[in-house]
Design a protein around this ligand. Structure first.
Ligand SMILES: [Zn+2]
Length: 440
């Protein structure tokens, strides 16, 4: 017990130092709580990163040890080369000025290296070269993996392995002034966390239309560190969003190893059969003005749909699981996709610039799957998505319709869920209290 408290205090100190560097806003609260140890122990094993979190904005600066061999070491220097689309190891090395003989030796040594077959555009490799451009070492870090290639005589020695990342649980709060990204930027939250917030609440809130100035959020999330440096964010563990005075809460619960979902504190599934918005949420779409397409009832009555202004090419996603009923050209709709869901419901997506690859009548689609791209085909005076929601063939206002939920926590899971949920709910309660106190 003594020891556990000690560990949790150390963890808390680390996080406090980190948050100290974030700076404070009058309405921004970032706290670390004594629950930290409890939360860190909840549900997720250290260093397991859920697949759904793929993006990372923070690029780590590696401390690079000098190569251990070669007399030329003293005269060497590190150079960084950015990976561009279509790059392979050979093209990267040529840009670094590596000789043909060394390129061949490098490719021989690394022919079975998986990381080099999946070079990710935008990331960098670092090369250590002597004054004549002779390649002495190369490092490539990609998410949690590190590739290390060092000169060994006329050839190269290769090692590849996972970086042991330290998992921390951080919390942040913010208040919406103009946009979600404005608030998450002020709270120093990575984009990946901002998009997860929109994703977690995607079946309750349309982040393109529902946000109000003064809305608030609190988020408890994982972050991964290597030697004190942030490498990437992880999963959101708990979140609260207060929209127009109404509070929505979501808690992550891993009900089986590697499988989890978000639930309300009383165990209801936060997922519903339909997403609130058919438009992907991103920095670009969040900035795009909807003023011409303001969601007033008059507009819906006039043409029985809701319009989303967005740049041409913005991804349009299926709001629910279903089957493609129609995908093609139809009059004023232009390029249109109609999806059928559970027999009672259909959703309509008009004015598309193009369809997703392989989309045809009869194809099954999953909620959130891209079905096409925003355009202005048919009767459209600007790029936008026309979205309709029909129940038994009758138009309904998708902004108003009450949508059926996904299954709740099962009885057998209940004790585990309650035990996991309690500390998260405590944390959200405390953060909300702190938030309000600071607002006064
Ligand atoms: Zn329309």
């Amino acid at each position: 017990m003594q020891q556990e408290q000690g560990t949790s205090a150390i963890l808390a100190q680390k996080a406090v130092r980190l948050i100290g560097s974030f700076g404070w806003r009058r309405w921004l609260v970032a706290l670390v709580l004594p629950f930290l140890g409890v939360v860190a122990a909840f549900g997720i094993a250290p260093n397991t990163v859920p697949n759904r979190v793929a993006t990372t904005r923070v690029v780590q600066e590696l401390e690079l040890p000098l190569p251990s061999n070669g007399a030329a070491t003293d005269a060497g220097y590190w150079r960084e080369e950015r990976i561009v689309r279509g790059d392979r190891a050979a093209s990267l090395l040529r840009r670094l000025g590596t000789s043909d003989a060394d390129v061949r030796a490098f490719l021989r040594a690394t022919h079975s290296t998986k990381m080099l077959r999946q070079l990710i555009p935008g990331q960098s490799v670092r090369a250590y070269q002597d004054a004549h451009g002779k390649l002495l070492a190369l490092r490539y870090q990609n998410d949690g993996d590190l590739l290390n290639v060092e000169r060994d005589g006329d050839g190269f020695r290769v090692s590849e392995g996972a970086i042991e990342l330290e998992r921390r649980v951080l919390v942040a709060s913010g208040e919406i002034d103009t946009s979600l990204f404005g608030a998450t930027d002020a709270a120093h939250l990575p984009d990946a966390v901002a998009i997860q917030i929109a994703d977690v609440f995607a079946t309750d809130l349309d982040f393109h239309r529902d946000l109000r100035r003064g809305d608030r959020f609190t988020v408890v999330y994982e972050a991964y560190y290597d030697q004190g440096e942030p490498v990437r964010s992880g999963q959101i563990l708990a979140a609260e969003f207060i929209n127009d005075g109404k509070a929505y809460r979501a808690l992550w619960f891993e009900y089986a190893k590697g499988h989890g979902g978000y639930y309300t504190p009383d165990g209801s599934n936060i997922r519903k059969a339909f997403l609130r918005s058919p438009l992907e949420f991103s920095r670009v779409t969040s900035r795009y003005t909807n003023r011409r397409y303001h969601p007033i009832l008059r507009e819906w009555r006039a043409h029985r749909g809701v319009d989303y202004g967005a740049p041409v090419g913005t991804r349009v996603r299926a709001t629910g699981n279903g089957v493609v009923n129609f995908a093609g050209r139809r009059g004023g709709y232009g390029n249109l996709v109609v999806l059928r869901h559970q027999s009672r419901y259909t959703t309509w997506y008009g004015h598309l610039s193009r369809f997703a690859k392989g989309l045809r009548s009869g194809a099954r689609v999953q909620q959130g799957e891209t079905i096409g791209y925003v355009g202005m085909t048919g009767l459209a005076n600007g790029p936008h998505l026309h979205y309709e929601f029909r129940v038994n063939g009758v138009h309904r206002n998708p902004l108003k319709v009450v949508l059926p939920p996904a299954p709740p926590i099962q009885a057998a899971q209940r004790p585990a869920f309650d035990a996991a949920a309690a500390p998260l709910v405590d944390m959200l309660n405390l953060l909300r209290g702190t938030n309000l106190a600071r607002l006064e």
